[in-house]
Ligand binder design. Sequence first.
Ligand code: PLP
Length: 396
Amino acid sequence: MNLNKHFLELEDSYLFSTIAKKAAAHTQANPDAKVIRLGIGDVTRPLAPASIAAMTKAVAEMGEAATFRGYGPEAGYPFLREAVQNYYSGKGVKLSADEIFIGDGAKSDVGNILDLFDKNCNVIIPDPVYPAYLDANVMAGRPVYYIAGDEGNGFLPMPDAIGAQGINADIIYICSPNNPTGSVYTREQLQAWVDYALKAEAVILFDAAYECFITDKNVPTSIFEIEGARGCAIEFGTFSKFAGFTGVRCGYTIVPPELEFGQFNLQKMWARRQATKFNGTCYIVQRGAEAVLTPEGMAECAANVEYYMNNAKIIAKTMDELGIWYVGGENAPYIWLKCPDGMTSWEFFDKVLSEANVVGTPGSGFGAKGEGYFRLSAFNSIENVQEAMKRLKEVL
Ligand code: PLP
């Protein structure tokens, strides 16, 4: 049997299982401790009523012969592609509905898109970042190069980090707002990335999973706000964070027709790839997603986003009061802080868990450059966030 040997090159990911084990052991040893979890990247607020109503109606349609639907179009129903198109036009970004491909979430597509690229393409990945980018490329045996985030660049590496390594970049992952650091690229910085990619004939894979948390009007929420991006970028969006669809599953991938390299057209390739390997997102879910893009649904989801961002402010204010260095929290639901007193990420995790009964995420789980840092998430109730911050102030 000749299996994919690249699976042996994957690093075992113990991050969330180790966190869960340590938290469980702590709870067992301290049964009265009320442990507060600010470690998870999952949303906590329930679905918007508009999406519940739309999905309930869609379920009823499926129960009647006259309105039953079987396989839908692989790229999504026109009603949802057009709703996403309108959502973008609201941000001043003109898209055509047929460059929007509906899928079951950003995680699948940031990996699936790699079907379009040769196995020898050089892949550029920020460090630290969402681990799925690295693993999807390691599985395919592609060479990966890191661009480092640090305090100096505010955890926003720029193209000079590629030039310094003397690499010809083919695929460049950009995640803005970033998970785990919560930092966001400015318009000028994104323009520099687009200019670089156009010159290098590279493709930017732009993960906009957290775009709904951007509150600063000057910060782009889409790479397609940047001049030239249609010639070098693919964007991944999701209903997971905005609409709380982490368990419902719906997202979209935008592939402009301008992405042409010699005889290859990436939009045509992606359409073909999806038609071959994907049979469409659930009709009921697509109706739910359509509903969150109506004015009523948008208002309900925006209220949830505001709720989380208020939590983020509370966390950021606490870090200010404690004199702890951090980024994020302003345009993202994550606060990325520097562990005090030179502690490693796990040392700080253990201290905060044992002394404050608070769970966060060790930064080292997101890449080597995350060592010495720690992620706190705003996805929890305001009461829990307030209580967790009160405890952190006591122990730090
Ligand atoms: N991209 C980033 C940066 C994420 O942090 C996550 C999930 O936390 C995803 C994508 C996955 O999104 P989805 O739920 O749409 O698969």
